[in-house]
Design a protein around this ligand. Structure first.
Ligand code: PMP
Length: 364
């Protein structure tokens, strides 16, 4: 047994609904714990996947040619600047495989998305973990933590679980403070939900790597496109970086239904837009309701947000499970008074608020 593998603590996914039914006897559970799209997949994607099933005896296109072309059009980039993954998780894994060896260092923030650190552990790399400052990435501290062993810096923007966003000015200053020997990976899994007026133009940075380090943007079909179960994500990056990632990518990493479904989802931007407007509406409504109940919602640029429940978040999480509402306690992330919830459909949001009111009253 390799000690660096034995030391890895598995990723804790949100509680599955059928587990809730088995363990708590709840039959009509709702899950607002994994930042999924509550409106489901695009019907066009479902139809395209269905039509593909008769071809399951065939291998998929090993290079995902059509989907890569469509993603490049959607991003306004070239297809050799795109690398598709089995979820954006797999692109994170490609980056770590390609650039991190034993003893190399990778900088991440805490609390932030946990998978970066796990892939680094698998490679026997060193995780340099910089705490958030007032719930935001501490870019100055990250910059100060860079050494000649640093290979990658992961910046989750907007950050999961805080929902905070880096300003364009801060990001620009940060990039210019770094040596060109590192690669900056900006995980934009939730950027679709961000007002375009305040988004960072990552593509502009990818194309001009002369004075700044190489920049990679990670995107996913799991959130705004509602295809988390299909497992498709991608990275946009300089074509030289992309060429390296293709060397560590196995062929056929995007399966046949996944290629068809993601392609069709890109052709249904109405569904995507409805998701964005429904999310914004639900977030505003939920924030007001939660505040009415004496809790403090934390402002967010995404489809989830933190709530300061002014008490033990884990007790509240447990009590909510009995009401059939799955959220996340942020205790394990170092915020013992916070839960994180995903914006649901209006019916789900109403159920959440009424369960929260009951649980707060019961817990006193
Ligand atoms: N990055 C962040 C910040 C996430 O929250 C998630 C999913 N929870 C992912 C990446 C992984 O997404 P995917 O489903 O594309 O692997």
């Amino acid at each position: 047994i390799q000690p660096h593998i034995a030391a890895i603590v598995p990723y804790p996914p949100g509680k599955p609904m059928d587990e809730l039914e088995r363990e708590y006897g709840v039959t009509n559970a709702i899950k607002l714990a994994s930042n999924e799209n509550p409106w489901g997949p695009s019907p066009k994607a479902v139809a395209a996947i269905g039509a593909m099933l008769a071809n399951l005896h065939r291998y998929p296109d090993g290079s995902s040619y059509s989907l890569t072309e469509a993603v490049a059009r959607w991003m306004g980039s070239a297809s050799d600047e795109i690398v598709l993954g089995n979820g954006s998780n797999e692109v994170i894994e490609f980056l770590v495989k390609a650039f991190v060896g034993t003893g190399d260092a990778v900088i991440t923030s805490h609390p932030s998305f946990l998978m970066y650190q796990k892939f680094v552990q698998v490679r026997g790399g060193e995780n340099v973990i910089v705490p958030l400052k007032e719930m935001r990435h501490d870019l100055e501290a990250i910059s100060a933590a860079v050494t000649d062993r640093t290979r990658l810096i992961f910046i989750d923007n907007p950050n999961n679980p805080t929902g905070t966003l880096i300003s364009r000015e801060d990001f620009d200053r940060f990039l210019r403070s770094l040596p060109q020997s590192v690669i900056v990976v900006v995980d934009e899994a939730y950027v679709d939900f961000v007002d375009p007026a305040v988004r960072i133009d990552i593509l502009g940075y990818i194309r001009q790597p002369e004075q700044i380090p190489a920049v990679v943007s990670l995107r996913t079909f799991s959130k705004a496109f509602g295809l988390a179960g299909l497992r498709v994500g991608f990275g946009v990056m300089h074509r030289e970086v992309a060429a390296l990632l293709h060397r560590v990518r196995q062929p056929f990493n995007i399966n046949l239904p996944a290629q068809a479904g993601a392609l069709a989802a890109l052709d249904d931007l109405e569904h995507y837009q409805r998701t964005l407007s429904g999310t914004a509406e639900g977030r505003t409504w939920l924030s007001a309701e939660v505040a009415e109940l004496g809790c403090t919602p934390y402002p967010s640029h995404t489809n989830f947000f933190l709530i300061d429940v002014q008490g033990d978040a884990t007790k509240l999480y447990e009590a909510m499970l009995y009401k059939g509402v799955i959220v996340r306690s942020m205790k394990a992330y170092g915020y013992p008074d916070f839960i994180r919830i995903t914006v649901g459909t209006m019916a789900e949001n109403q159920r959440f608020v009424s369960a929260l009111a009951d649980c707060l009253r019961d817990l006193g």
